[in-house]
Design a protein around this ligand. Structure first.
Ligand SMILES: [Zn+2]
Length: 316
């Protein structure tokens, strides 16, 4: 049995949509209630992040963007100027706290306080680029975590696996020319789904050629297609790259009940994805996984899949 850190902060509920929106505080309330009701919460190592200093964030994001975001929140803007991402007056500080949660999960794993970490953070991060928030994301939690591990814990090679149903365009862009971070994303085909990137031929640039890998899946694809993609693409990629730590962008919106896309994964599919990535981490990374919540908008499937994912993280 592995010690799994559960990162959460009650202030995550203070990033509140000013209008009806799928990415709402209810998601984390539902996850916490469910994990409590099935007796899982008490078996996890609780980790509460502190508000970070900007230094960790500035390894990834432009200072001009941070100033712009802070100002927009202070001014009371309801959305970012990119349009599809809401704000309230707390959003800047809660985005910092979300990134801090991911960092705290990485810290727990890197220092041995826990073997693995699940970070129940929001707002999510994988669409946020260096200088632009989009798609409900303000700061790129996965990218900030990768840079944190490299800068503070001497990790040289990080692999990010993103199974959120939407392409992790922000994470891809941040590391597109960087051979030290391997980015794999599996998502619904961008011809049909936001944000419209993540084609097979997007494989990196310059020194980063070969360390970006995209698996776009046809609408209607499910457990079998995902299993094949992980076996045929992710396993050989990890074998070649030899990561020292795995970061998961664990969205649960590829579930068949999720309203935002047309991928048909079941709970068993998510169990397989969890198991498969844990086994990769066992093989290459001494079992080290930092898993970050991204999307997932249908309460029942979100909470059940989170439970399944955490139970797999607890197994050897
Ligand atoms: Zn998503």
């Amino acid at each position: 049995m592995k010690n799994v850190a559960y990162v959460y902060h009650p202030d995550y509920l203070l990033h509140i949509p000013p209008f009806e929106h799928p990415e709402s505080p209810d998601r984390l309330i539902a996850i916490n209630q469910h994990l409590e009701s099935v007796g899982l919460l008490g078996t996890l190592v609780p980790v509460n992040p502190d508000y970070p200093d900007n230094g960790e964030i500035l390894r990834v994001h432009d200072p001009d963007y941070l100033r712009k975001l802070e100002l927009a929140c202070r001014r009371g803007d309801l959305t970012l100027d990119s349009g599809d991402t809401y704000l309230n007056k707390n959003s800047y500080s809660i985005a910092l706290l979300s990134a801090a949660g991911a960092i705290a999960g990485a810290e727990a794993v890197a220092t041995g306080k826990a073997d693995r970490a699940f970070c129940a953070v929001r707002p999510p991060g994988h669409h946020a680029d260096r200088s632009e928030g989009m798609g409900f994301c303000l700061l790129n939690n996965a990218a900030i975590t990768a840079r944190y591990l490299q800068a503070r814990h001497g990790v040289s090679k990080v692999m990010i696996i993103d199974w959120d149903v939407h392409h992790g365009n922000g994470t891809q862009s941040i590391f597109y020319e960087d051979p030290s971070v391997f980015f794999f994303s599996i998502h619904e085909n961008p011809a049909f789904l936001y944000p419209g990137t993540g084609r097979r031929w997007e494989t990196g640039k310059g020194a980063g050629v070969g360390t970006t890998l995209n698996a776009p899946m046809a609408p209607g694809a499910g457990d079998d297609e995902y299993r094949l993609a992980f076996e045929q693409l992710v396993a050989p990629a990890a074998e070649r790259f030899r990561p020292e730590v795995l970061i998961l962008s664990a969205g649960f919106d590829a579930h068949r009940d999720d309203p935002l896309a047309d991928i048909q994964l079941t709970e068993e599919g998510f169990r397989f994805l969890s198991r498969f990535t844990i086994e990769l981490a066992n093989r290459f990374c001494g079992g080290k996984i930092v898993s970050l919540l991204e999307g997932g908008y249908e309460r029942e499937s979100l909470t059940r899949c989170t439970e399944i994912h955490i139970r797999e993280l607890q197994k050897d």
